[in-house]
Structures are given as C-alpha cells and as structure tokens.
Design a binder for this molecule. Structure first.
Ligand SMILES: [Fe+2]
Length: 272
C-alpha cells in the first residue's frame, strides 16, 4: 500500500529517479522477480520489419570486421550459432544450439540484470540474454545491453568448451565472493569476458565479447591507441575501468587453458 506521507521523490521508481539524475534508465540493473524463463519456454516477441533490418545491418557489418581481428574460436562459434541473416533469431533456438554444444542454455533477461541474478545464471550454465534490439539511431553505439550484444557478442564463445567451463567458474566465484573480492571478480570479468585479447600464431586476436559486438571497439582495440599488457591476474583484479569510453588498456592471454587455469587457482586460493 502506498504511504501518503512519502515525499514525491520517494514515490518515484528507480527508473524515474535515474532519468531525473541523467542516468540512462536502461543502465539501471533490474532484479528477477522469480526464476528466469529458460530455453524452449521463452516466448518470441514480435519484431517490426525495421528491427529485423537493424539486426541484418549489424550482423553484416560486424561479420565483415572479424577477419584478421577475432580469434578462430569465436569465428567457429559464429558459424556454429547459425545466426539467420534476414531475421532476429529466437532465444529458444539459440538455447538449443548452445545446449547441444556445451550444455549451456539461454534465459530471457528483462534488461541489465542485477549482478547477483546475472552470476547466479552463469553458475548454472545459463546465459541471460535480452530479447530487444537497439533503436536505429543507436546503431553504432548503445550504452545499454541489447540482443545483438548478447547474441552475437556472447553466445559464440559459449560454444567453445574451455571458455564455457571458465564462464561457469567465474559465475560461481562471483556468487561466493564478498566485498572487495566481488569487485575483483567483476574487474576480471570486464578485462577477459568483455574485453579480452589472445595471442595466437597469427598475431594478437580478440575474444572479448564486448569488443566483438561493437564496430567502434573492434577497430579501436588493435590500434596503437590501445595499450596492451601481458595477462596478470593480480594486476587485472585491481585495475579499474570506465564503461563509457573506448577502452585504453587491454590484457592479452596466451591460451584459453591459461585463462581457465589461472582464474581457478586464484578463486580456489580465496575459497571462491
Ligand atoms: Fe556483455
């Protein structure tokens, strides 16, 4: 019941307060009100022709930027996902594909998930994905999560068994972590899952999902404007970052096996 003595600002929702203070309300984390809808149970929203066309524009452009930039594992993952070019795929069909490959499933996320809900899903081998696409005027950059980032950015790497195991491990560790260790896991997530680079016989390549779904980041990150440092978990977990700008600093792993093993050792040493 509404308390009539509450002030006007207390009556406002978190979204309204965020809008008042200039924060994009789509960037306010939301809590799940119950268990997420997973796999075949996820209903397909009706998309407009313009939204299907936005997907097509993004998919064509981003696929054209992968050659010579992304790691082979990601390119293989894009192929395995079999993204349709002419329409936005349903989360249920993508979930079936991931389940066949690595036992992961997809859940529908209503927006940017609260960290506890997000990491709870990862710990269960469930990837929470949005099912709405950015408006056309945000084609090049959107501050909020959308299905193109979640589907094209994240899902291909989850088809790779070593990365899929690491991704679940990071979810489990984040759930157990408290205080400063939680923040350390989040920094590690940022500099690996979202913005990681890998050294390969062909040169440095991208595996970071945030880079691979962004036309600006994918061309910026391998330029001389970016400082690239060797993978160092002690440094990464203390390294802050700014989500609102192109990333000036990245870390390069030698292999996914190194990523998985180093994180597991770090987490085990902390009881995470
Ligand atoms: Fe992401």
């Amino acid at each position: 019941m509404k308390d009539s003595k509450r002030s006007k600002s207390e009556d406002k929702s978190a979204y309204e307060r965020a809008a008042d203070s200039g924060v994009d309300p789509r960037c306010i984390p939301v809590r799940l009100s119950g268990p997420p809808i997973v796999g075949d149970a996820i209903p397909s929203p009706g998309y407009s022709d313009e939204e299907h066309e936005t997907w097509q524009l993004l998919l064509r452009r981003q696929r054209g930027l992968l050659e010579g930039r992304s790691c082979d594992e990601y390119i293989r993952g894009v192929s395995l996902m079999e993204f349709p070019e002419d329409r936005i795929p349903a989360l249920s069909e993508l979930s079936r594909t991931l389940e066949r490959r690595t036992g992961w499933r997809v859940a529908r996320a209503p927006g940017l998930l609260h960290e506890r809900d997000f990491f709870s899903c990862l710990a269960e081998r469930i990837f929470p994905s949005t099912d709405y696409i950015r408006p056309r005027y945000e084609l090049d950059y959107t501050p909020a999560p959308d299905l193109f980032h979640d589907m094209f950015g994240h899902m291909p790497m989850i088809t790779e068994p070593s990365f899929a195991a690491f991704y679940q491990r990071i979810g489990r560790a984040a759930l157990r972590a408290q205080g400063v260790d939680r923040r350390r896991v989040e920094r590690f997530y940022w500099f690996t899952v979202e913005f990681g680079l890998i050294r390969t016989p062909k040169g440095v390549r991208i595996y970071g999902n945030g880079i691979l779904s962004s036309a600006r980041e994918i061309t910026h990150c391998l330029s001389t404007a970016t400082e690239v440092r060797p993978f160092d978990i002690a440094e990464i977990t203390e390294q802050d970052y700014d989500v609102s700008n192109l990333q000036p600093l990245l870390y390069v792993i030698d292999s996914f096996e190194q990523l998985e093993r180093t994180f597991a050792e770090w987490a085990n040493n902390r009881g995470l």
